[in-house]
Design a binder for this molecule. Structure first.
Ligand SMILES: [Zn+2]
Length: 146
């Protein structure tokens, strides 16, 4: 869709240049460190195909996404030892479905209502510095390949 920020980003060319927080690209999805993390290592998984409605999903369009979510959650568990990794589907503000993988620290349970409200704020300002983002990207990439 021409007015979708994710479709615009995905169509813009070299993602590694456009997204310094890019962790991984697959044929169906892009994964990036969230620059305004709601937990340590917060990842955003953006499906490449625009889906404005959940009812639009079909297995062939999501090929490998389940496995990718499991691999990413395993990496976050290894790096951050969370109590769990929450997976939240989003798309309200951007109308392009994407998933957030948010490690929940063992002593700091996530309030999912607050998390969803926070994710849908119109003016989310990055709070993760560029060096911290680069370090998080290196850690996730290294763990994915070890
Ligand atoms: Zn889109």
């Amino acid at each position: 869709m021409s007015d979708c920020k994710f479709c615009g980003l995905l169509a813009s060319g070299d993602l590694a240049t456009k997204l310094p927080n890019l962790v991984l690209e697959t044929p169906v999805a892009v994964v990036a460190i969230n620059r305004r993390p709601l937990g340590p290592g917060h990842l955003t998984l953006i499906l490449k195909q625009h889906h404005a409605r959940t009812s639009d999903f079909r297995d062939p369009q999501l090929a490998g996404i389940g496995d990718l979510i499991g691999r990413l959650a395993a990496v976050l568990e290894r790096l951050h030892s969370p109590g769990r990794v929450a997976v939240i589907g989003d798309g309200k503000r951007s109308a392009h479905l994407h998933l957030h993988l948010i490690p929940e620290l063992q002593d700091t349970p996530l309030d999912l209502g607050v998390v969803v409200a926070d994710l849908n704020q119109g003016t989310r300002i990055p709070t993760l510095s560029e060096p911290d983002t680069a370090a998080a990207v290196r850690a996730i990439r290294g763990a994915l390949h070890s």
